[in-house]
Design a protein. Sequence first.
Length: 178
Amino acid sequence: MPTYYPIDETAARRAKEMSSFYDYKPGSATASYRQEVDKAAAIAEAQKSRVDPMYHEKIDRLLDTYARKLAENLNHGYAIAARCPSVFIVGPANFPVRKKEKQNRADDANIREWQEIQGILAGLKNLSHRFVHKNRANRKSGAQSFCEGDDVRMDMVLLTAEESAGSTNSRLHFIHNQ
């Protein structure tokens, strides 16, 4: 069960009123946030079944970070949207153009932050490509045998799929300290 962080419904209602003539449905911002976190939780559970149990805690931390940062970003976005009304709401006479420009710059920065948060979700989706799969965790590869005789200490073996088009080959990447 994921951890849900609070969504400011008052700010969400004010943001809706500043940009639309339609009424705000109480609880809709929280419901939308929870739906996104639930999707991320489903992805996390699917990844847990594909990777070694030693990575489950990392997956849980990624999910919690995603949920926390998403809530912060949404709340900040609602606060930004409530700063200045839409020209369609107040009309063109005496419209605060400079204030709206400042709001648009803040909104652009908030959108970039949201895109970075979506990168956390993308990382969660791609974990099985980065970590050793459960069924391969106990196998010893030839490269591992080769490294055992040297003074190289292997910290982690990462399994990644090649990104080239049409290729289904996998490569082992070794991170080691010398």
